[in-house]
Design a protein around this ligand. Structure first.
Ligand code: C2E
Ligand code: CA
Ligand code: CA
Length: 564
């Protein structure tokens, strides 16, 4: 390119261009630069040709990187190269685009440079990165980035010392209950304050992340010692003994459940370490919260077993792989059949059944109980109708109903339709509920129970004596029958005060007009004692274990024969 011909063009570009432009011819000393170039780099008129001034304009932290890039480009005689750096006080970003022309010896003869102000783009990129890496509410790492960084640390550590990487999974206990009482806004503020507390531990080797609403994690990439993570847990626990002071004046106390894993003992990659710490945390939840637990392999086995069981249960619900057993209840006076209680079993195969105690809690947690419960109601009523029509059965049928079912909007209609379809008289059907049902939502539950009774159904309170067992509310709840829990029956003959309480309880309950059933009666002595206490009905292995519908038919036939 001949200089003379192009000077006009450069000057034109230089004056018109809104981007920084600078041309230097090192052979002739010819320099031309745009006003914008001077503005962007803060260079005075007359200094445009001075390369040192350009370097001085670069923010000190970025200077070395730029020099390196320039040297590399020159070394390779590159015609074009680009670099980004900050200028001035570091608040402006420049994209510097260079084109060099070399002579045979490799010296730069001509240099064209363009300077773009990319501050806005950088800001947008930083915002995007923030969203991609950080939790917007608390400013700690988000889940993805926490995992990514931990994986990176693990890769780096793979060949070095063991036990240096430790992970803590944290869940705030009863966070939902806390927010119910302090409100959502204060609840959010609590999470922010808690995250702030965790951030105090943050450093180049300790990172904090937020996983879910009230679930956080801490990773140590290079622990000082085996117990560093436990020390941090102890420290946090001490700090949260004091309440969090909220801006609305509230003081909020929290406790946390924590699970801990260590690399490589508990896992080889980030997601394994976190998953296992989560499982250990869950173990703390199960055993009463407010503590920490080091992960052990057996917890994973248990977890896997549960996951498998949960999957199997879902399949069983689809295929309705359940059976009902029936346990007879007898009038204590006449030893005649008062009714039967339907008890569900999950049928694995002809010889293998799972007891409800093992799968009902899981079914309640994942909602399967709604479908299981519907099947139980239908099946129990079908069997009941069969016995009544074909075997002369004239007792009652008791059906266990879980709290989840009772809360379900369609429950009442379902029960009503089910009895109507089969022409069953509601007074032959007893609905068994437990105290937990009442405690959770007293007024709503009360309404449903009242409705049920209005249609003629009987309502029994199950397992009385195991939970809250407040005598005072007995007079306020719409029930017909009280089932005295096996724990009373077991102990009334062994321990004098339980005997006195059981006796008093039966007397009082009868005065309230309720019918009584003693559960889990296993011995003749217990039977005699309860009969003496005027307990109305007896249920238990002594008089009959839960049995199939077929066995029930035989029992009904046999009993009817004996009554003749
Ligand atoms: P539950 O309602 O208290 O039922 C009585 C449980 O005690 C039954 O256990 C029964 O087999 C057992 N049992 C009865 N008499 C004796 C005895 O003399 N000695 C001993 N050791 N045990 C006795 P099962 O069938 O394993 O049921 C356990 C629990 O599962 C039931 O306790 C009930 O809460 C729940 N359940 C059973 N069927 C259903 C159902 O269809 N729906 C719902 N929601 N829960 C059910
Ligand atoms: Ca029951
Ligand atoms: Ca019971």
């Amino acid at each position: 390119m001949s200089e003379d011909n192009n000077i006009g063009f450069f000057e034109f570009v230089s004056s018109a261009s809104n981007e920084g432009f600078r041309y230097v011819n090192y052979e002739t000393g010819y320099v031309i630069a745009s006003k914008k170039f001077r503005e962007l780099l803060g260079i005075k008129s007359g200094d445009e040709g001075n390369d040192m001034k350009v370097l001085e304009a670069i923010y000190p932290e970025d200077l070395e990187k730029f020099k390196d890039a320039l040297q590399t480009a020159l070394g390779k005689r590159k015609q074009n190269f680009e670099a980004e750096y900050r200028v001035g006080d570091g608040s402006r970003w420049i994209l510097h685009n260079v084109t060099n022309r070399y002579d045979k010896e490799g010296n730069v003869v001509e240099r064209f440079c363009f300077f773009h102000d990319i501050t806005e783009e950088k800001k947008k990129q930083a915002d995007l990165e923030y969203v991609a890496y950080f939790d917007p509410d608390t400013g700690v790492y988000n889940r993805n980035y926490f995992i990514k960084r931990l994986d990176k640390a693990l890769k780096k550590n793979q060949k070095s010392e063991f036990n240096k990487i430790q992970v803590m999974y944290i869940n705030i206990d009863n966070y939902n209950v806390v927010t119910d009482s302090i409100g959502f806004e204060t609840g959010d503020e609590l999470l922010i304050n808690f995250a702030k507390l965790l951030t105090e531990y943050s450093s180049s080797r300790i990172k904090i992340g937020r996983f879910k609403n009230d679930e956080f994690a801490i990773a140590i990439y290079d622990a000082d010692n085996e117990n560093e993570i436990i020390d941090i847990y102890n420290d946090i626990s001490k700090k949260i003994e004091k309440p969090f002071k909220m801006s609305d004046g509230n003081e909020v106390y929290i406790s946390i459940s924590v699970g801990i894993t260590t690399y490589p003992k508990d896992g080889n990659d980030a997601s394994d370490l976190i998953k296992c710490a989560d499982i250990a945390m869950y173990n703390v939840k199960k055993s009463g919260k407010n503590s920490m637990c080091l992960f052990e392999k057996s917890m994973l086995d248990e977890f896997i077993k549960n996951v498998k069981m949960e999957n199997d249960l879902k399949v069983a619900v689809e295929k309705l792989d359940f059976v009902l057993n029936y346990q007879p209840q007898y009038y204590s006076e006449k030893k005649e059949l008062r009714g039967v209680e339907a008890l569900v079993r999950w049928k694995i195969d002809e010889n293998q059944y799972v007891n409800p105690g093992e799968f009902i809690p899981m079914a309640e947690k994942n909602g399967c109980i709604l479908n299981i419960g519907k099947w139980v109601i239908k099946q129990a009523l079908d069997d009941f109708v069969d016995w009544k029509m074909n075997y002369g059965y004239n007792g009652m049928i008791s059906i266990n109903i879980s709290a989840i079912q009772l809360k379900d909007e369609g429950f009442l209609n379902y029960v009503l339709e089910s009895v109507e379809e089969r022409n069953v008289v509601p007074s032959d059907v007893e609905i068994e509920i437990t105290e937990s049902v009442l405690i959770e939502n007293f007024s709503k539950t009360r309404k449903i129970l009242e409705e049920l009774r209005r249609y003629g159904f009987k309502v029994a309170l199950d397992d009385f004596g195991t939970g809250y067992s407040s005598l005072s509310y007995l007079k306020n709840i719409p029930i017909d029958t009280l089932k005295i829990d096996k724990s009373f029956v077991d102990n009334m003959l062994l321990d004098n005060s339980t005997g006195i309480i059981t006796d008093a309880l039966i007397k009082m309950v009868k005065k309230l007009g309720l019918e009584t059933i003693a559960e889990g009666v296993e011995t003749k002595e217990q039977y005699d004692c309860l009969k003496k206490m005027n307990c109305d009905n007896i249920q238990g292995f002594l008089l009959g274990k839960p049995m199939t519908s077929g066995d029930m038919k035989e029992l009904i036939t046999k009993l009817n024969e004996s009554y003749k």
